[in-house]
Write a protein that binds this ligand. Sequence first.
Ligand code: AHR
Length: 312
Amino acid sequence: MTWFVRLMGAALLTWVTAASAETVGFSQVGAESDWRTAFTADMEAEAKARGINLRFDDAQGNVERQFSAVRRFIAERVDAIIIAPVVVTGWTPVLKEARAANIPVFIADRSVDAEPSLFVARIGNDTNLEGRLAGSWLAQASRGRCSIVELQGTIGAAPTIGRKAGFATVIALFPGMRIIRSESGDFTEAGGRRVMAEFINSTDGLKDVCAVWAHNDDMMLGAIEVMKSAGLHPGKNVLTISADGVPGIYRAMLKGEANASVEVKADIGKYIFDVVQGYLAGKHDYPKWVLIPTDLHAPEDAEQMLQRHGGS
Ligand code: AHR
């Protein structure tokens, strides 16, 4: 009899757990950078640790594909949808469809320009602040006199818009600072290589260029390789400032080839799922923007940051 009661108890427990596990759709931008792949890995690990059934879709940098993924999640009647949007625009129709189906939507990492009532909250960083931090670091490092080449991220993406604007706000305060070339490298290392090769050609080998500002580290790492091949010395006679704080940039700092990076935290699954699960459990008073803090790192703490990110 006892074994029968135990067996029934275990079966009941399994049923209750299975019945209460949330199914969450997660539409991710793609795998364009080391930051992005670290973020995906963190989301998958966090969902697993919480017993969440995560349906993952990689949009491969294509927003139309991302709209289709979200529509599929709606048709599957998931409990909640998390979107890390490729670009800021075009989201209103699909967000309205999710609302009509009564499925709460959470915006993660990048922002959208849709009406805020169409989603529960955005959990993410302040990209304008990241640009201002980068510009302030460069103003100080160059004593306010610097010709800059800029590697932009994906056109229309929130971090490209925010970082560009924040950086421009700060350097506008210094008459001796200006951007002389600016092009998109699409947040990829290959894009950074391609655009830097063009900059080197069109500026007579970066003549009179004092710094490279890249909207992410992957583009900067590509640009560093191209500069070295052209006989330049990034980190020494060309200053570098970028964003993300991936292990590769800390390694470059330790080799004296990069100067600073604004850290964008990638291990943010815990904050995102706290909001998603809290909302599904009935807490409905989250702020529209759950802010993830940002800071800046330089060679002085590169070793420590590398260890914190599990690199060597
Ligand atoms: O949205 C965050 C940005 O997207 C990261 O800074 C960049 O590396 C990524 O592609």
